[in-house]
Design a protein around this ligand. Structure first.
Ligand code: ADP
Length: 251
């Protein structure tokens, strides 16, 4: 299928999508919209070409494709780590390409980001790693104390609050990083190969947590090259191959 405008969700192909309103539902808004987006890196490499995609608030979307195909670049455009060379990248109603400084920081505070390598601070406990995000955003002590327990509970790590990252398994570290991503209750969570370093069991645990976030109304976008997770999850999927976006035909 050629690249082009891709609309979600795929209601007819997904049981889970039954809980999601169809696209025609005017009450749901696009939380992410890319129009004719191109991304060339400074060395001239074309990482993404003519990307058109709309993701509705409350969707769960997998972005799949081989390593080096442009998945991380796609997410980086959404949280403003990279800028599109051409086209519009809209997130939460804002044109990301036009944001700098405080306005870009404000957008990022509304996005939870989960990385393949967790990016936890090694000399801080799980609780401190999660609290740090709130502290950096100016939350007071009381509010931090209020928000920590539900975030840790969501990922099943209450009992590891005082552990340091090197005392945790890879799966637990990733769950801690998810707690950190959601503790400020962002409407959008981006997960870049969150299961890339995990075995099958831990991968599935991580996906189940992301599905829980989706179930409470958070929009979740997950990049992965793990086709088995996609098959198990039954969520809409788009593919990026050689910088082009495709919507796979339902099997
Ligand atoms: P994926 O996440 O699918 O593995 P990436 O988005 O990381 O792919 O990379 C897509 C392509 O862009 C790759 O060929 C990669 O080498 C290239 N690329 C990524 N970052 C840069 C950069 N900063 N400068 C030049 N090329 C880059």
């Amino acid at each position: 299928m050629p690249q082009g405008s891709t609309r979600l969700p795929l209601k007819e192909t997904s049981q889970e999508a039954n809980s999601v309103s169809p696209l025609s539902d005017e009450t749901r808004k696009a939380i992410v919209s890319l129009r004719q987006v191109h991304k060339a890196y400074k060395n001239g490499f074309n990482a993404l070409t003519d990307i058109n995609l709309e993701i509705q608030s409350g969707d769960f979307l997998f972005v799949t494709g081989p390593s080096g195909s442009g998945k991380s670049t796609f997410l980086k455009l959404l949280y403003g780590e990279e800028r599109a060379t051409a086209g519009d990248v809209m997130v939460n109603g804002l044109n990301v390409g036009g944001l700098k400084g405080d306005r870009l920081a404000a957008l990022r505070r509304r996005i939870g980001i989960v990385f393949q390598d967790y990016k936890l601070i090694p000399r801080r406990t799980v609780a401190e790693n999660v609290a740090f995000v709130l502290w950096a955003q100016g939350y007071g002590r009381q509010e931090i104390q209020r928000r920590l327990p539900p975030a840790l509970k969501m990922v099943g790590l209450q009992h590891k609050a005082d552990s340091f990252p090197d005392e945790l398994s890879g799966g637990e570290q990733q769950r801690a990083s998810i707690a950190r991503a959601i503790v400020s209750t962002p409407p959008l969570v981006l997960a870049d190969e969150p299961t890339g370093n995990l075995d099958a069991d831990n991968s599935w645990q991580v996906i189940k947590i992301l599905k829980k976030l989706h179930a409470i109304g958070i929009t979740v976008i997950v990049t992965t090259h793990d086709e088995s997770l996609i098959r198990l999850s039954n969520h809409p999927v788009v593919q990026i191959r050689n910088g082009h976006l495709y919507r796979p035909q339902p099997k």
